[in-house]
Design a protein around this ligand. Sequence first.
Ligand code: ATP
Ligand code: MG
Length: 344
Amino acid sequence: MEKQFWTSSELHNLFLLNEKISRQTLLNAEERGEIPKAERVPRGKIQVRQWKLEQIPEIGARFGFLKKPKKQKVVCVYTPKGGVLKTTYSYNFARMLALNGLKTLIIGLDIQCSVTNYALPRPKFESLEEFESLKKQNLRRLGLYHYLFEKASLDDVIQHTTLPTLDIIPETPDLNVLEKKLRLEPRREYLFKDKLISELSDYDVIIFDNSPSWNQLVECALTASKTIISPIGCDIETYEALETNLSIVFEFQDVMKLEWDNFFLIPTLLEKTNLSQQIYGVYVNSYGNKIVPIPIRRSVKGQEARVLYLSVIEYEPKSTLAQDYYELIRDLWSKILGETTNGA
Ligand SMILES: Nc1ncnc2c1ncn2[C@@H]1O[C@H](COP(=O)(O)OP(=O)(O)OP(=O)(O)O)[C@@H](O)[C@H]1O
Ligand SMILES: [Mg+2]
């Protein structure tokens, strides 16, 4: 179950407020009506203020650490290597933006339903019949294919999450059909840019999570985005394949003449071993201004947060893994907003 209530000291931790304001500031803001009213819950002789999960984005908009962009940002998370935290990173990034009050949409493009399973808790079933009936409902769910080719509306395909500022276009079984259909479409690479992004202007940020294998959906997502984020594992397999993998992406950029604002390599799964540390060192030395030198460490907290459908910073804001995410996302976001520079 997701965490439902938050006290003022928990919000202080979540939004890193100890760095800048006193505990009283939040309570005063509540009394002045600048942030939503908390519930008063008796605890012993005192009353404790508690905010509901859905109220947090409004508090984040006032006291958070990520600023609303002036212009919509479209981000594609992709690397042709499997298991390097693409989905985990997409979800954590999206949720951190949403907690800060930014209206965020995740678009899941992996037929394995990775980010969908992360963002939308799966309904529970108690018998095989119930399971079969849920499976049938799922097969009938409308998705991107129905929106792009069969006149389904965006309302039919966008789903809401537990945060009012975070929506998702989930992965549905029709993604396979869409991928095949795209192969025959003229100007197919521009489909998301022309027919999807153009209709989603209400969102401050749109994030595509992709499958590792190169396909038409990846091409559409890379063409529709201005910021590309490539997580790269600090392990020998990722290291050996990296140059080939990057050349696939850059050749596509070249052929399509895509002008991205940013291209970031994010080192992930860093371990304390010599090998992992050395690989990280080589990445930093070899990829200059493309690399963001704030690695995400290997930690079981990543999976623990996922089981609860939470971002790592909600699950354990004081953990070392949460510190990685805070530092990385704050740095990346300021680069995406153009406050600090990065080589595209
Ligand atoms: N910090 C972490 N350390 C170790 N494992 C983690 C961490 N964070 C998440 N994980 C787990 O690592 C696994 C791979 O992560 P994820 O699914 O995000 O990778 P991916 O790049 O999206 O994979 P795919 O290429 O299959 O789409 C998942 O089981 C995830 O829960
Ligand atoms: Mg994935």
